[in-house]
Design a protein around this ligand. Structure first.
Ligand code: FO1
Length: 319
């Protein structure tokens, strides 16, 4: 089946790589990426959108492949100068090239442009080959509830502090999307679902990426109203994450760290959940009632493997 309009829900590195595969598997299709903005943070006066930038840089050819975020050929002079001033936070890596993106975005946001317009403007330089939409133009920030170092009492810290400063080592008891109640899907998101003939959930973090996107009021309803079939790709292979920290997030939500656990968490569309189909690694048994479970090679170890994975996910959307 040839797809004309494909929508992909995606977070950071894994989602961006998967999108590269979708673009390769369906070069003639209109592809829309609906991207998580819960990781966004303001630092040193700059608005930073990690997942939007990772998608834009990865699809635009500017990503540092080894790090999976930030720019290739990066330098860290400003970061060193900030550290010399002991200017907090010194634990967050702002690259010199990357700062230009944050400066342009911050100036446009301050001038009143919505995040979706800012993202479109930045993408005119990078030409990602897909439409990159933030999940919402309103600010939604993921905070993580962890035990306070001194008192042990629950304290909320920004996701970036948890993930970057503490390497997700502090035990999370909850994830809170600050501002989500006042948020709405960004312009074009619900329209993209309505026009789609395939909808894919990238192998991104089910809690802080896919979960945050789906938590935007009205977004899940728009997704489920689509006539397109919805296929997800498990981010858990053999009971472990391929990359990132989903294994640190899932237990806090009572979700088993397995392809079956995440598949059941997303649920069967026929049963009020999300999935028509669920791609799992070939060695992973996953019993997800009501869902078409398809064992496939999930490791995006090469462009060819990534394209094959994207094609398998699209095949699962074919009627
Ligand atoms: N991740 C790190 O592990 N260390 C960093 O210093 C860091 C800086 C950073 C700056 C800009 C940006 O867009 C992403 C950055 N990330 C860094 C990655 C970021 O924390 C993650 O990409 C997402 O938030 C989680 O997917």
């Amino acid at each position: 089946m040839r797809f004309v309009q494909i929508v992909v829900l995606a977070g950071g590195t894994g989602g961006a790589r998967f999108l590269r595969g979708v673009r390769a598997a369906a070069p003639e299709a209109e592809i829309t990426a609906v991207v998580n903005t819960g990781d966004d943070v303001t630092m040193h006066g700059l608005r930073i959108c990690p997942d939007l930038d990772t998608v834009m840089y990865t699809l635009g050819g500017g990503i540092d492949e080894e790090r999976g975020w930030g720019r290739a050929g990066e330098s860290w002079t400003v970061k060193e100068e900030l550290a010399a001033y002991d200017a907090d936070p010194t634990w967050f890596g702002l690259g010199d090239r990357d700062i230009a993106t944050h400066l342009v975005r911050t100036r446009m946001l301050d001038a009143g442009y919505p995040l979706s317009s800012v993202t479109a403007a930045l993408c005119t330089r990078w030409e990602p080959g897909v439409t990159v939409l933030p999940m919402s133009d309103q600010r939604v920030e993921t905070h993580v509830v962890v035990p306070d170092a001194e008192t042990g009492r629950p304290r909320a810290i920004h996701f970036q502090e948890w993930w970057v400063r503490h390497r997700a080592e502090l035990e999370p008891s909850a994830f809170v999307q600050v501002g989500v109640d006042a948020a709405r899907p960004a312009p074009g998101v619900v329209e993209a679902f309505a026009a789609a003939d395939a909808i894919l959930l990238a192998p991104s973090n089910p809690v802080v990426s896919i979960g945050t996107i789906l938590g935007v009021p009205g977004l899940r309803e728009g997704l489920l109203a689509s006539r397109a079939r919805i296929a997800g790709v498990s981010p858990i292979v053999g009971g472990a994450v391929v990359r990132g920290m989903a294994d640190r997030c899932l237990p806090a939500m009572g979700i088993e760290v397995s392809a079956e656990g995440v598949g059941r968490h997303y649920g069967a569309r026929s049963d009020g959940g999300l999935l028509d189909a669920w791609l799992v690694a070939e060695d992973d048994a996953a019993d997800v009632p009501g869902v078409d479970v398809r064992p496939r090679p999930l490791l995006m170890s090469s462009p060819e493997a990534t394209e094959a994975l994207a094609r398998a996910a699209l095949d699962a959307c074919a009627r």
